[in-house]
Design a protein around this ligand. Structure first.
Ligand code: AMP
Length: 282
């Protein structure tokens, strides 16, 4: 695997490769890699001749400085995992490299960044859009791979790519889960054993909400039931549970195959998110 920490040499390398390959897959991450990330590498490898992964903990997308400071950083272990996954190129810049001049660009995605993650993490999606724009300009991939785990983020990136005419195809890959249903996340590493035992409640709540909604319960009742259940567990708190249209993520009360349930909350200090499509998988 070729490793680059600076933009110029990476671009020079890729432009040389591009002449021959014309098939570069890109997987942007913030590191502390797990099987969810590796599934994206695998998907990229299956469709492209060269796979580039980036690891960059992007300060612009953290609205909470403590969360940024505590974000897990495991670069040496990540390199080994990427080697094993046969990733071809790793780009791991530092903050000075990505933000050499103070960036003043602000993105506004209208309703899409005012609900759920956008509401509870003000400025988050503007920071995501900024770093993804920079990375797409640096790597100029043919295809870029993201996880359904961050559903709203994927919708934002779709809009960004469409609006700014980035010449890239986007792929949204399924959520990889632990055997007990907990969606894999870099943040899971920070859970204590007791918290880890409670964390699957987010996925279980999505399943329960889906079943109740399918049987005609209202979103209001379902939300209250799940919030109450989490409160009784202790150390677990529901932030939001929404049903939204899959195309534009507008919250809705009408259950259909074109809707998705999205959840966020805390186990202790650790914020977890998850989602579940209302459409049953075939
Ligand atoms: P992150 O490092 O958290 O910024 O995530 C990098 C990419 O991996 C994003 O596109 C995420 O949606 C994706 N990802 C994170 N967790 C999972 C998971 N459990 N399953 C599939 N993709 C994931």
């Amino acid at each position: 695997m070729d490793v680059f920490s600076e933009i110029r040499p990476l671009k020079a390398f890729l432009s040389q490769e591009k002449k021959e390959l014309n098939s570069i897959g890109f997987v942007p991450t913030m590191g502390a890699l797990h099987k969810g990330h590796l599934s994206l590498i695998e998907a990229s490898r299956s469709e492209n001749r060269l796979t580039v992964c980036s690891i960059f903990v992007n300060p612009a997308q953290f609205n909470n400085p403590a969360d940024l400071a505590r974000y897990p950083r495991t670069l040496e272990k990540d390199k080994l995992l990427l080697e094993k996954a046969k990733c071809n190129v790793l780009f791991c810049p530092d903050t000075a490299q990505m933000y050499s001049s103070q960036s003043r660009v602000i993105f506004d995605f209208g309703e899409l960044d005012k609900t759920m993650e956008g509401y509870y993490r003000p400025g988050h999606f503007s920071g995501v859009a900024l770093v993804v724009s920079k990375l797409l300009n640096i790597v100029t991939p043919d295809r870029a791979y993201f996880g359904q785990k961050d559903y709203q983020q994927f919708k934002i990136i779709e809009k960004l790519v469409d609006d700014l005419k980035f010449d890239v195809s986007l792929r949204c890959m399924p959520i990889i889960r632990e055997p007990d249903g907990l969606a894999m996340s870099s943040r899971n590493a920070r859970l204590t054993q007791v918290q880890r035992n409670k964390a699957p409640v987010f996925y279980q709540s999505l399943e329960e909400a889906k079943s109740l909604l399918r049987h005609g319960d209202s979103m209001k009742n379902v939300r209250a039931l799940i919030a109450g259940k989490m409160e009784r567990m202790g150390d677990v708190k529901l932030e939001y549970l929404e049903l939204a249209d899959t195309t534009n993520l507008t919250p809705t009360k009408n259950v259909s195959d074109n809707t998705v349930l999205l959840i966020a909350g805390y186990v202790g200090e650790i914020r977890l998110i998850d989602n579940l499509l209302m459409k049953d998988e075939d």
